[in-house]
Design a protein around this ligand. Sequence first.
Ligand code: GSH
Length: 236
Amino acid sequence: MIRLYELCASDPDLVFSPYCWRIRLALAHKRLAFDSVSVGFMDKDKIAFSGSRLVPVLTDGDTVVSESLDILEYLDSTYGQAPLGLDSESGRARVRFISELILRHITPQIFKPALMAIYEAQPDCAKGYFRESREQRFGCTLEQLHGTASAADASRALAALEAQLKNIPYLDGTQPGATDFVVVSHLIFTWVFGFQYWKDDSAVGQWFNRLLDAYVAVMGPVKRQIHPAASRYAPA
Ligand SMILES: N[C@@H](CCC(=O)N[C@@H](CS)C(=O)NCC(=O)O)C(=O)O
Protein backbone atom coordinates (compact mmCIF):
# COMPACT_ATOMS: atom_id res chain seq x y z
CA MET A 1 0.00 0.00 0.00
CA ILE A 2 1.21 3.47 -0.88
CA ARG A 3 1.11 6.05 1.90
CA LEU A 4 1.60 9.78 1.30
CA TYR A 5 2.61 11.97 4.22
CA GLU A 6 1.50 15.46 3.36
CA LEU A 7 1.23 18.87 4.92
CA CYS A 8 -2.10 19.95 6.36
CA ALA A 9 -3.48 23.16 7.81
CA SER A 10 -6.00 23.49 10.69
CA ASP A 11 -8.36 21.67 8.39
CA PRO A 12 -6.68 18.32 7.70
CA ASP A 13 -8.48 18.06 4.33
CA LEU A 14 -7.00 21.32 3.08
CA VAL A 15 -3.98 20.17 1.08
CA PHE A 16 -1.99 23.20 0.04
CA SER A 17 1.70 22.24 -0.18
CA PRO A 18 2.78 22.46 -3.82
CA TYR A 19 5.30 19.67 -3.31
CA CYS A 20 2.58 17.38 -1.98
CA TRP A 21 0.29 18.32 -4.88
CA ARG A 22 2.97 17.16 -7.32
CA ILE A 23 2.64 13.68 -5.88
CA ARG A 24 -1.16 13.67 -5.54
CA LEU A 25 -1.55 14.59 -9.20
CA ALA A 26 0.92 11.90 -10.32
CA LEU A 27 -0.77 9.23 -8.18
CA ALA A 28 -4.19 10.14 -9.60
CA HIS A 29 -2.77 10.17 -13.14
CA LYS A 30 -1.40 6.67 -12.66
CA ARG A 31 -4.58 5.54 -10.88
CA LEU A 32 -2.58 4.47 -7.85
CA ALA A 33 -4.60 4.25 -4.64
CA PHE A 34 -2.94 5.70 -1.56
CA ASP A 35 -3.54 6.53 2.08
CA SER A 36 -2.95 10.14 3.04
CA VAL A 37 -1.35 10.89 6.38
CA SER A 38 -1.76 14.52 7.46
CA VAL A 39 1.36 16.12 8.89
CA GLY A 40 1.15 19.56 10.46
CA PHE A 41 4.15 21.88 10.84
CA MET A 42 4.26 20.88 14.52
CA ASP A 43 3.97 17.13 14.17
CA LYS A 44 6.78 16.29 11.86
CA ASP A 45 7.84 13.52 14.23
CA LYS A 46 5.38 11.51 12.10
CA ILE A 47 7.99 11.52 9.32
CA ALA A 48 11.08 11.11 11.53
CA PHE A 49 11.40 7.50 10.30
CA SER A 50 12.19 8.84 6.80
CA GLY A 51 15.17 10.95 7.88
CA SER A 52 13.48 13.98 6.24
CA ARG A 53 12.15 17.08 8.00
CA LEU A 54 10.03 17.97 4.97
CA VAL A 55 6.96 16.56 3.29
CA PRO A 56 6.06 14.91 1.01
CA VAL A 57 7.28 11.53 2.12
CA LEU A 58 5.98 8.47 0.34
CA THR A 59 6.12 4.90 1.55
CA ASP A 60 5.37 1.96 -0.69
CA GLY A 61 5.65 -1.24 1.31
CA ASP A 62 9.17 -1.11 2.76
CA THR A 63 10.34 1.60 0.37
CA VAL A 64 10.59 5.13 1.78
CA VAL A 65 11.16 8.09 -0.57
CA SER A 66 11.30 11.79 0.27
CA GLU A 67 11.87 14.85 -1.98
CA SER A 68 9.05 15.38 -4.47
CA LEU A 69 11.13 14.97 -7.62
CA ASP A 70 12.69 11.76 -6.32
CA ILE A 71 9.20 10.50 -5.51
CA LEU A 72 7.97 11.29 -9.04
CA GLU A 73 10.96 9.44 -10.49
CA TYR A 74 10.32 6.51 -8.16
CA LEU A 75 6.66 6.30 -9.18
CA ASP A 76 7.46 6.49 -12.89
CA SER A 77 10.16 3.82 -12.77
CA THR A 78 8.06 1.51 -10.55
CA TYR A 79 4.64 1.96 -12.15
CA GLY A 80 4.86 2.17 -15.94
CA GLN A 81 1.21 3.01 -16.65
CA ALA A 82 0.34 6.59 -17.64
CA PRO A 83 3.99 7.64 -17.97
CA LEU A 84 5.18 10.91 -16.45
CA GLY A 85 8.06 11.29 -18.94
CA LEU A 86 10.79 10.58 -16.40
CA ASP A 87 12.12 7.38 -17.98
CA SER A 88 15.03 9.13 -19.73
CA GLU A 89 17.92 11.17 -18.40
CA SER A 90 16.84 14.11 -20.57
CA GLY A 91 13.26 13.91 -19.24
CA ARG A 92 14.45 13.86 -15.64
CA ALA A 93 16.91 16.72 -16.20
CA ARG A 94 14.25 18.85 -17.93
CA VAL A 95 11.77 18.49 -15.09
CA ARG A 96 14.42 19.36 -12.51
CA PHE A 97 15.28 22.52 -14.45
CA ILE A 98 11.60 23.47 -14.82
CA SER A 99 11.17 22.98 -11.08
CA GLU A 100 14.02 25.44 -10.41
CA LEU A 101 12.50 27.97 -12.81
CA ILE A 102 9.12 27.72 -11.12
CA LEU A 103 10.59 28.10 -7.66
CA ARG A 104 12.66 31.13 -8.57
CA HIS A 105 10.46 32.98 -11.06
CA ILE A 106 6.81 32.02 -10.55
CA THR A 107 6.26 30.87 -6.98
CA PRO A 108 7.56 34.07 -5.30
CA GLN A 109 5.12 36.27 -7.25
CA ILE A 110 2.07 34.07 -6.76
CA PHE A 111 2.90 33.21 -3.15
CA LYS A 112 3.12 36.77 -1.82
CA PRO A 113 -0.59 37.68 -2.28
CA ALA A 114 -1.65 34.43 -0.57
CA LEU A 115 0.91 34.56 2.24
CA MET A 116 -1.39 35.79 5.03
CA ALA A 117 -4.13 33.36 3.95
CA ILE A 118 -1.65 30.49 4.29
CA TYR A 119 -0.54 31.80 7.68
CA GLU A 120 -4.11 32.21 8.94
CA ALA A 121 -5.01 28.67 7.84
CA GLN A 122 -2.45 27.16 10.22
CA PRO A 123 -3.54 25.95 13.66
CA ASP A 124 -2.62 28.35 16.48
CA CYS A 125 0.11 25.97 17.69
CA ALA A 126 1.87 26.24 14.29
CA LYS A 127 1.49 29.97 13.61
CA GLY A 128 4.57 30.96 15.64
CA TYR A 129 6.74 28.37 13.89
CA PHE A 130 5.42 29.36 10.46
CA ARG A 131 6.07 33.04 11.11
CA GLU A 132 9.52 32.57 12.60
CA SER A 133 10.80 30.10 9.99
CA ARG A 134 9.46 32.12 7.04
CA GLU A 135 10.62 35.48 8.41
CA GLN A 136 14.10 34.04 8.86
CA ARG A 137 14.03 32.66 5.31
CA PHE A 138 12.80 35.89 3.70
CA GLY A 139 14.63 38.32 5.94
CA CYS A 140 11.52 40.42 6.69
CA THR A 141 8.16 40.07 8.45
CA LEU A 142 5.29 38.22 6.80
CA GLU A 143 3.41 41.51 6.61
CA GLN A 144 6.33 43.27 4.89
CA LEU A 145 6.63 40.52 2.31
CA HIS A 146 2.89 40.41 1.76
CA GLY A 147 2.99 44.19 1.35
CA THR A 148 5.07 43.78 -1.81
CA ALA A 149 2.41 41.53 -3.43
CA SER A 150 1.07 42.73 -6.74
CA ALA A 151 -1.68 41.35 -8.95
CA ALA A 152 0.24 42.59 -12.00
CA ASP A 153 3.43 40.77 -10.94
CA ALA A 154 1.51 37.57 -10.27
CA SER A 155 -0.16 37.68 -13.66
CA ARG A 156 3.12 38.63 -15.44
CA ALA A 157 4.83 35.63 -13.83
CA LEU A 158 2.51 33.40 -15.86
CA ALA A 159 3.32 34.99 -19.24
CA ALA A 160 5.71 32.28 -20.48
CA LEU A 161 3.22 29.59 -19.50
CA GLU A 162 0.43 31.41 -21.32
CA ALA A 163 2.55 31.74 -24.47
CA GLN A 164 3.51 28.08 -24.50
CA LEU A 165 0.05 26.74 -23.70
CA LYS A 166 -1.45 28.64 -26.64
CA ASN A 167 0.36 26.15 -28.88
CA ILE A 168 0.07 22.89 -27.04
CA PRO A 169 -2.49 21.32 -24.65
CA TYR A 170 0.04 20.24 -22.02
CA LEU A 171 3.58 21.30 -21.16
CA ASP A 172 4.56 17.69 -21.83
CA GLY A 173 2.82 17.66 -25.24
CA THR A 174 -0.46 15.97 -26.07
CA GLN A 175 -0.63 14.15 -22.73
CA PRO A 176 0.06 15.52 -19.24
CA GLY A 177 3.27 14.49 -17.54
CA ALA A 178 5.63 15.44 -14.75
CA THR A 179 6.30 18.92 -16.16
CA ASP A 180 2.59 19.73 -15.99
CA PHE A 181 2.20 18.34 -12.49
CA VAL A 182 5.28 20.12 -11.15
CA VAL A 183 4.15 23.46 -12.56
CA VAL A 184 0.41 23.34 -11.90
CA SER A 185 0.98 22.29 -8.28
CA HIS A 186 2.37 25.75 -7.54
CA LEU A 187 -0.79 27.31 -8.98
CA ILE A 188 -3.02 24.96 -6.99
CA PHE A 189 -1.06 26.00 -3.88
CA THR A 190 -2.64 29.46 -3.88
CA TRP A 191 -5.82 28.56 -5.81
CA VAL A 192 -7.05 26.47 -2.84
CA PHE A 193 -7.16 29.79 -0.93
CA GLY A 194 -9.02 31.48 -3.81
CA PHE A 195 -6.05 33.22 -5.45
CA GLN A 196 -6.51 32.74 -9.18
CA TYR A 197 -4.33 35.03 -11.27
CA TRP A 198 -5.58 33.82 -14.64
CA LYS A 199 -8.89 33.90 -16.47
CA ASP A 200 -10.70 30.62 -17.03
CA ASP A 201 -10.71 31.21 -20.78
CA SER A 202 -6.97 31.96 -20.99
CA ALA A 203 -4.61 29.22 -22.20
CA VAL A 204 -3.36 28.83 -18.61
CA GLY A 205 -6.94 28.67 -17.33
CA GLN A 206 -7.98 25.99 -19.82
CA TRP A 207 -4.87 23.92 -19.08
CA PHE A 208 -5.38 24.33 -15.31
CA ASN A 209 -9.00 23.20 -15.58
CA ARG A 210 -8.11 20.22 -17.80
CA LEU A 211 -5.58 19.01 -15.23
CA LEU A 212 -7.87 19.71 -12.30
CA ASP A 213 -10.88 18.01 -13.94
CA ALA A 214 -8.78 14.89 -14.61
CA TYR A 215 -7.70 14.85 -10.96
CA VAL A 216 -11.24 15.43 -9.63
CA ALA A 217 -12.60 12.61 -11.85
CA VAL A 218 -10.32 10.19 -9.98
CA MET A 219 -10.01 11.71 -6.51
CA GLY A 220 -13.16 13.78 -6.02
CA PRO A 221 -13.49 17.49 -5.25
CA VAL A 222 -10.59 19.56 -3.92
CA LYS A 223 -11.08 21.21 -0.53
CA ARG A 224 -10.66 24.99 -0.74
CA GLN A 225 -10.77 27.77 1.84
CA ILE A 226 -11.40 31.01 0.00
CA HIS A 227 -9.76 34.00 1.65
CA PRO A 228 -11.66 37.33 1.52
CA ALA A 229 -8.59 39.14 0.10
CA ALA A 230 -8.26 36.75 -2.84
CA SER A 231 -10.67 38.60 -5.13
CA ARG A 232 -8.34 41.65 -5.07
CA TYR A 233 -5.86 39.69 -7.16
CA ALA A 234 -8.28 38.32 -9.76
CA PRO A 235 -7.44 39.38 -13.33
CA ALA A 236 -9.39 42.39 -14.60
N1 GSH B 1 12.67 19.98 -1.91
C1 GSH B 1 11.53 19.48 -1.18
C2 GSH B 1 10.78 20.63 -0.60
C3 GSH B 1 9.63 20.17 0.30
C4 GSH B 1 9.11 21.28 1.19
O1 GSH B 1 9.64 22.40 1.23
N2 GSH B 1 8.06 20.94 1.92
C5 GSH B 1 7.46 21.89 2.84
C6 GSH B 1 5.97 21.94 2.63
S1 GSH B 1 5.56 22.87 1.20
C7 GSH B 1 7.68 21.41 4.27
O2 GSH B 1 7.68 20.22 4.54
N3 GSH B 1 7.85 22.35 5.19
C8 GSH B 1 8.01 22.00 6.56
C9 GSH B 1 8.65 23.12 7.31
O3 GSH B 1 8.88 24.20 6.75
O4 GSH B 1 8.91 22.90 8.48
C10 GSH B 1 10.66 18.64 -2.13
O5 GSH B 1 10.71 18.87 -3.35
O6 GSH B 1 9.96 17.73 -1.64
